[in-house]
Design a protein around this ligand. Structure first.
Ligand SMILES: [Zn+2]
Length: 408
């Protein structure tokens, strides 16, 4: 396997999580008697450019099928994040009825609905049919396609270049990152701005967020590596914001090289200095992570074993990708975690891939009164704990698995 950015052969393993099914391949009840496909889940670090990456073992078209079940609008805090971004960015850039805002991986229109409401034309690009349909129902025009140079050239030929291109949690999910970033440059109007958000590799390592690793998450990004990838395609990353979302994300600002508005900011230099001081550009930084991850597994399994012996009931909340990575790496089964609740009706009635734990409506927590609720999407633990405060009535407690299992 070669680096997806610079093509250098890869051999240094950063993290090996064994084998797991694709994290969004939820099972229908009738599929429980069939075997599942497991794929190796291993991260490498490039010795030349330090890009951390998972080997692509499953084609993107197979992963992002029409039955893809991740709908962005089911997280209230994520919607609030999108709304705040739109409300501050459109006036700051002076965008109006003659502008175009393009979002890549626009999902169910969770963000562009606010752009549309502000009277600014927008275009969503979203390869999964089920979410694109939901976006259209909100009045958001959505092209059901993968983004890259070919699509960007076609849009340009149709006279559709963007004043603002937004991409949240997509850059890390594209198998051909060079083609994707090359497409951004073409899809951008002269003087246009690109904003992309992605989880910061620095936070992943600092807080042992190994459960953010899954097959569909191809690259694990530092600011240094993203700057290099963008520069290779003629885009200058000149500014960055640190955000609390997804356990610690970066929002980069990029413009075409040579754009007079692309003057580098002090906060860009501050994050670059932080990455350098941590040693992110050296191989040593990536050693020893596996050991920390094995420790979390041992602690979580120890906790679950104690509850089994004490005849306590453990349920989980949030059937998201990171939960599947955690449960499958730890080998957790329905005997240890009775069920997982999720607010999305698209997941209720299905079973988690690999662990085969049933996904139920959140009301199941009130009905079954578990002694512990394991919060799988720890990044929104405050939102979940306030929604499920009722468990205190029967002495229930919350468990957060990352950065190390803790009962709250
Ligand atoms: Zn490389």
């Amino acid at each position: 396997m070669n680096c997806r950015f610079c093509n250098t052969p890869l051999s240094q393993v950063f993290l090996d999580l064994g084998a797991a099914p694709a994290s969004n391949s939820f099972l229908k009840p009738e599929e429980l008697n069939s075997p599942e496909a497991y794929y190796p889940l291993k991260l490498f670090v490039c010795p030349d450019c330090s890009l951390v990456q998972v080997e692509e073992v499953k084609s993107s078209t197979e992963i992002f099928s029409s039955e893809y079940v991740y709908f962005s609008s089911f997280s209230r805090s994520w919607l609030a994040h999108a709304k705040a971004y739109v409300e501050s960015t459109l006036p700051r850039l002076g965008l109006g009825k003659d502008s175009l805002v393009m979002e890549i991986a626009s999902n169910d229109g969770y963000l562009l609905q606010y752009v549309r409401a502000a009277g600014v034309p927008c275009l969503g690009i979203e390869p999964t049919a089920s979410t694109a349909k939901a976006a259209r129902e909100k009045g958001v025009e959505s092209l059901e396609e993968f983004f890259g140079v070919a699509l960007a050239e076609r849009l340009k030929a149709e006279g559709r270049q963007a004043d603002l291109i937004v991409g949240n949690n997509v850059l890390a999910h594209v198998p051909n990152i060079n083609d994707f970033v090359g497409g951004l440059r073409i899809a951008l109007k002269d003087g246009g701005l690109v904003n992309m958000e992605f989880p910061h590799l620095y936070r992943l390592v600092e807080s042992a967020q190994f459960d953010t690793v899954y097959h569909e998450h191809f690259s694990y990004l530092s600011l240094s590596s993203v700057r290099r990838i963008f520069a290779a395609q003629g885009l200058a990353v000149f500014d960055v914001e640190e955000l609390p979302t997804h356990g610690g994300s970066l929002r980069i600002h990029a413009r075409r090289e040579g754009d007079p508005k692309a003057a580098e900011t002090e906060r860009l230099h501050a994050v670059l200095r932080m990455e350098q001081a941590a040693g992110m550009l050296t191989p040593a930084y990536y050693q020893g992570f596996q050991e920390r991850v094995e420790r979390i597994k041992a602690e979580l399994l120890g906790f679950l074993a104690e509850q089994t012996l004490a005849r306590k009931k453990v349920a989980a909340y949030g059937a998201a990708a990171k939960g599947n990575t955690l449960l499958n790496f730890c080998g957790v089964k329905p005997g240890q975690v009775a069920f997982v609740c999720d607010a999305s009706p698209h997941k209720q009635g299905l079973f988690l891939p690999g662990s085969r734990i049933p996904v139920l409506h959140p009301d199941a927590i009130r009905e079954q009164k578990p002694d512990f609720v394991l919060i799988l999407p720890w990044n929104i633990k405050d939102e979940i704990m306030s929604q499920l405060d009722c468990i205190r009535q029967w002495g229930g407690r919350f468990v957060v698995p990352i950065p190390s299992p803790e009962v709250i």
